[in-house]
Design a protein around this ligand. Structure first.
Ligand SMILES: Cc1ncc(COP(=O)(O)O)c(C=O)c1O
Length: 509
């Protein structure tokens, strides 16, 4: 608008829900209304005309509650009489209804109501088949990263799910309140785009100590989970048409991120020692690996393979993306130190996440970038995503500093080991003719191999209808692969594990 004479009604930016008499009523904004004092038309008529048009066009839906006259006086700078005049006229003409003690509402006018595509959506919005969606979105429709559940409850055996019922919420809340007491105002402002210095410092210490990562806090950028870290890496390094090698089968979130950046994906086989470095004429821009525990096969990359991969990256100028998403959960022997810690050539970009070790909806992860890449990654973070939530970062920092994090990891490692044992015992009892489970040394999932001629996608689909969520191995594979189903065991009690496995056994018979 740009005019001093034009005023906007509705300082309220979003509809506010008001609970009244057991129903939820929306207080709408009147942001669409503009009154202009330079015009000869009286202000009350401008207001009347614009609200009337908004009701007729459907912009103001029937039943919507309008802000009070007092709020509008303040927001508009108009006199109460002006507003009351306009509203009385709209009431008299049947557009508005006044309910004593409740306020002013848009009247129910069936003839004006059009079918809508969703709550609050504009009836005039073109349906998606008429909208031009950018071409790079098309390949993503084949990738499903999150299940579409009708409820929030996680179904057995959704892979990679932490035991949220065992999360130390009291300690988390204590850390959160303490963080807010210390520096509430600072945390409510947007801080350093690379993340809260305190969290980056705590993480650098943890990663050096627990994962053998060679890094300083200045190399860390805090992200919204590993997914944002992968997007930042793709956006910083991958040009359209660049070759990206991916473990096959491999993580769908990574596949989606590289595809969106326009990469040409090359599936690379994984054997008992991890990714097999192929001899191809074209060298890739980057290679994505999960060396601590390959997702979804569960193998750990051997030392000779790690050294060979690092040498390949160094001599060919290739970037390695090491996704270390659940390495805290190793049940046999000591955790294997990171690939990044072995790297002398500065070719490894390390990605981590709190999604598995704390909880998924926290949406905190991080990337540890070689010094030569930090600037680019920070820049993409700044312009595309902005700062990560300060209060959650401060809470996570205190959680680590105060030792809650280490204690939680120890407890979950023990719990998950017990759940792994319960799972394998019950699987032996109920599924022995159907699936073969190799030993599980680490991680949150069990991969069950089916008979060679089985159709894993079809079986997974049928089990989904019975409320069992076990993705097929073929869903993670670009090349044809032996059939298998992926079972997450960490989020379910031994009782839940037994009854769900029994249900599968009953279902397939
Ligand atoms: C291989 C792999 N990397 C990373 C993640 C974590 O992603 P995020 O931190 O975005 O939740 C997952 C989650 O399932 C995963 O399987």
């Amino acid at each position: 608008m740009g005019s001093n004479h034009a005023r906007r009604i509705g300082a309220i930016q979003e509809p506010i829900c008001v609970a009244m008499m057991g129903t939820i009523m929306l207080v709408v904004t009147l942001n669409m209304v503009r009154v202009d004092r330079r015009r000869r038309e009286p202000l009350q008529l401008q207001l009347y005309g614009q609200v009337r048009r908004a009701i007729i066009s459907g912009e103001l839906a029937s039943g919507a509650r309008l802000p009070s006259a007092r709020d509008l006086v303040e927001q508009l700078g108009l006199s109460r009489n002006t507003i009351v005049y306009a509203f009385e006229r709209l009431v008299a003409e049947g557009y508005l209804q006044s309910r004593i003690g409740s306020g002013m509402f848009v009247a129910h006018l069936p003839a004006l109501e059009r079918p809508r595509t969703g709550s609050g959506s504009n009836a005039n919005v073109a349906s998606s088949d008429r909208v031009h969606i950018a071409r790079r979105v098309a390949p993503l429709t084949e990738v499903s990263v999150n299940p579409e559940y009708p409820t929030l409850k996680v179904r057995p055996f959704r892979p990679c799910q932490p035991a949220v019922a065992e999360f130390p919420l009291r300690s988390w809340n204590r850390a959160r309140s303490y963080a807010l007491r210390l520096q509430a105002k600072e945390l409510m402002c947007e801080g350093d785009v690379a993340g809260l210095p305190r969290l980056r410092a705590a993480l650098a210490t943890y990663l050096r100590d627990a994962r053998g990562v060679k890094c300083g806090a200045e190399q860390i950028v805090i992200t919204a989970g590993a997914q944002e870290a992968l997007s930042l890496i793709s956006a910083s390094l991958v040009e359209t048409g660049d070759a990206v090698w991916m473990e096959d089968p491999g993580y769908l979130g990574a596949r989606a991120s590289f595809l969106r950046a326009g990469a040409k994906l090359t599936p690379v086989s994984v054997d008992a020692e991890g990714l097999t470095v192929p001899r191809l004429r074209q060298t890739p821009r980057l290679i994505y690996v999960t060396p601590s525990r390959q997702f979804p096969l569960g193998t750990t990359m051997s030392l000779p393979r790690r050294l060979a991969l690092l040498e390949f990256a160094r001599t060919n100028g290739v970037w390695l993306v090491e996704d270390d998403y659940d390495s805290e959960f190793r049940y046999v022997g000591r955790p294997v130190p990171s690939l990044q810690g072995l790297d002398e050539g500065g070719r490894v970009i390390y990605v981590g996440s709190f999604s598995k070790v704390l909880f998924g909806s926290l949406r905190l992860g991080y990337v540890v970038a070689p010094p030569s890449l930090v600037g680019a990654i920070r820049k993409v973070k700044e312009v595309e995503y902005g700062t990560s939530p300060g209060i959650e970062q401060a809470t996570a920092a205190l959680f680590i500093e105060e030792g809650y994090f280490a204690a939680h990891v120890r407890r979950m490692r023990k719990l998950y080991r017990e759940r792994r044992d319960s799972f394998l015992q019950a699987a032996q009892k109920y599924l022995s003719g159907l699936l073969t489970f190799p030993p599980i040394d680490a991680g949150m999932d069990a991969l069950g191999w089916l008979a060679r001629d089985a159709d894993d996608a079809e079986l997974s689909r049928r089990l989904a209808e019975a409320g069992i969520d076990v993705p097929p191995l073929s869903a993670y594979s670009l090349k044809p692969c032996p059939p298998g189903l992926l079972f997450g065991f960490t989020a379910f009690t031994p009782g839940q594990i037994r009854s769900a496995l029994q249900a599968i056994s009953d279902f397939v018979q």
